[in-house]
Each structure stands twice: as C-alpha cells, then as structure tokens.
Ligand binder design. Structure first.
Ligand code: FES
Length: 116
C-alpha cells in the first residue's frame, strides 16, 4: 500500500488539471459541489464566468452550497457570514479567514480545475 501511495505522489506533479464538470450542468444549476481529496469544492456559475472556492465555511464548517448565493456573495447557512465568491474574501463576520480559491479553465464543454 505504501509503495502504491509513493508512486501516486510521484505521478501527481504530471497532472496539472482535472475535469470536474460540464459547462451546461453548472450553468443550469448555478453550482456544483465536487470532492477532491479531502476537500469539498463549490463550483459556481456567476455573471462573468465560473469560479471555485472551498465549500466549507471557515467559521464552523457549514456547507456553503446550502447557503444563499446572490450577486457573487455567498451567505453561509450557519451564522450568515458572507464571502466574496470570486476572491474567497470574508465580507461579513463571524468568519475571519478567507475561503480557499481554485483556478478553473474551460475546454470545449468541460470545466477543469487547475491543480497547484
Ligand atoms: S459556520 Fe459559517 S458563519 Fe458560522
């Protein structure tokens, strides 16, 4: 098992992006949650394109996908903290830590998440 894990770790630098969704499905629903490793990622279709942020609130871990998303602002369903959906920055407390953001790229009908 350890040998397999080390082989995968050595191969990871070669993987620069991973297909995470279809353009149409995210446009239709406005959002999609994926899991990559141990992180839930919220992919959003906003007025000027697609964005991806961590799906878990930095306050007490509530799922942001269940909150209200309006005008590029995500309101957490937990305690109504607010984040900028494009930058991940905190707009309103109680959260104090910004959301992790991820870069996306569109290729044809597919959305890819860039791996850093
Ligand atoms: S869990 Fe999100 S504001 Fe408290």
């Amino acid at each position: 098992m350890l040998i397999v894990k080390r082989k995968i770790e050595r191969m990871m630098p070669l993987v620069k992006s991973v297909k995470v969704a279809k353009v149409k499905e995210v446009q239709k629903l406005g959002k999609k949650v994926i899991t990559l490793g141990d992180e839930e990622i919220l992919i959003l279709s906003l007025d000027d394109g697609f964005y991806a942020v961590s799906n878990r609130c930095t306050h007490l871990n509530f799922p942001l996908s269940e909150g209200r998303i309006e005008d590029s602002v995500i309101e957490c369903p937990g305690h109504r903290g607010k984040f900028d959906a494009k930058t991940g920055k905190v707009l309103s407390s109680p959260p104090k830590i910004s959301l992790r953001t991820h870069r996306l790229k569109i290729e044809g009908e597919d959305i890819y998440l860039q791996l850093d």
